[in-house]
Design a protein around this ligand. Sequence first.
Ligand SMILES: Cc1cc2nc3c(=O)[nH]c(=O)nc-3n(C[C@H](O)[C@H](O)[C@H](O)COP(=O)(O)OP(=O)(O)OC[C@H]3O[C@@H](n4cnc5c(N)ncnc54)[C@H](O)[C@@H]3O)c2cc1C
Length: 545
Amino acid sequence: MPRTDTTTLDLTADVVIVGGGPAGTWAALAATAAGADVVLLDKGYCGASGPTASGGTGVWYVAPEPDAREKAMASREGLGGYLADRRWMARVLDQTYENMNRLATEARYPFPIVDGQPFKRGVQGPEYMRRMRAWVKRSGARVLDHSPVLELLVDPSGAVAGVAGYRRQHDTGYRVRAGAVVLASGGCAFLSKALGCDVDTGDGALYAAEAGAELSGMEFSNSYAIAPAFTSVTKTAYYNFATFFHADGTPLAGAASQGGRSVIAGELLRNGTVLCQIDQADPEQQRQMREGQPNFFLTFDRLGINPFTDKFPVTLLLEGTVRGTGGIRVVTDDCATTVPGLYAAGDAATRELICGGFTGGGSHNSAWAMSSGTWAGQGAARFATGLGPARHRRRLAATGGAGLRPTRAVRRGNAERYTGWSDAEQVLREQVHPYDKNYLRHGERLTPALAELDAAWRQLRAETAATGAAAVRIRQTAAMVAHARWMYTSALARTESRGMARRQDHPRLDPAQRHRISVGGLDSLWTRPEPEPAEAGQRLTAVAS
Ligand SMILES: Cc1cc2nc3c(=O)[nH]c(=O)nc-3n(C[C@H](O)[C@H](O)[C@H](O)COP(=O)(O)OP(=O)(O)OC[C@H]3O[C@@H](n4cnc5c(N)ncnc54)[C@H](O)[C@@H]3O)c2cc1C
């Protein structure tokens, strides 16, 4: 079993959950309910880490009435480029309905009463995640906070059999030997400072790829959200009620939260300033907004700005795959990946199954997180217990590459002082954050940006060997660079505009590209078209005819 000098904690579990956001906590509940012994590890503090814990969340909660369900499923198919799958949508609607009802009865979440009924189409993130943490602990799962996972461990057959990581508060390493692992570590927002998202650096996808897993939908990863220029709060739905202006106060034609965000990006690129006023919300809607998202208004109130009557500057913050749809490819109903013993849930997994190429405003993401988390927890528990007692006697090998095990000889003494991540982070800032490269995509800009990212990867892979806290940072950097390379490689493979994958050099939807794109690899990348989802394909043909 691999050890590092600083490893002081060795644990054994049936199931390890990586990440304690909505997906990870629901996975932990499902795995313990299935009789598994569970360890949940979070980079931050489970219950307070990640974007859900920091805000309010709409939830795709739809009563099981055929008309309502049909409308809910049909509503996003076009936006998502007809790549979603009705069977998965129906499963998510069923599971979300059940989970939200359990949240009321078993976790006693205080849903507000609207028209005499508990209103379950949204939750306050801090309250939701506080209750999820308490519920997970009551279930008997062990929770280790401030304990980022750094890599997966595999057995001689290549099946995932544990994790290794670092305990920030003890400055020591740890390992957990396990029958199965659920990756619920969130998406990748590239350290853009969007509220709650800086823990989401795509770690799970890197670890999955190192173990041999595939990704899907990575071209649908360029979500940019509107935020006041003076905060990190990206609550985009409210800007559906907004008007946008040039710096001189004249209206910015075509700018809108939905269907006009590229106009905002263009103006920010050209002139650096876009002003906004949420002037289309009536008094009742304003009241509902304040009640729904109190934290949206905090900074406005402190600065004495009334967003409904005053103009204020806005910017666009990259949310990557947190509100994009790409992620680790799942291949079974219980969210198994292509690697035995490895499961994926929430933003770490692809959401194309229910969203296609576009998530739009909220609700689908939280529904996916709680549903896929539930299934992944159940699947991982089944897989682990199915291995029998042998699951804890397997020989383990570490899979981590970039940042941990360089391909070139590096003097150990230099490892802690290595600062290559700051070069790589600079490459990310220059090649991934800018609107004209990642949002307003064009092959002529994507190709050189990808070449820069490839070079950054080669350096990270060849020359870095960090331990302890430095390893956490460099693994995050490696995960973000890997993410960006999968993103741009998939974006170049999709020579059309579909969902949020829009290409200025290929502005039209091409019916011949009605397929998902799988991507994988680390040093050299590959892409592969996946067969179209049959039902959605038929509907698109009907729409086009
Ligand atoms: C501003 C904003 C508003 C949103 N509003 C909505 C909405 O209204 N409706 C909706 O459906 N969706 C919404 N979303 C999306 C929603 O927040 C996410 O889909 C949801 O949080 C995903 O849950 P998750 O558990 O997969 O990931 P996260 O909530 O991101 O949790 C990931 C967890 O993994 C931990 N982690 C990361 N790396 C590691 C590691 N290496 N080791 C251990 N732990 C790790 C993190 O600390 C974190 O606790 C919004 C997102 C944003 C940014």
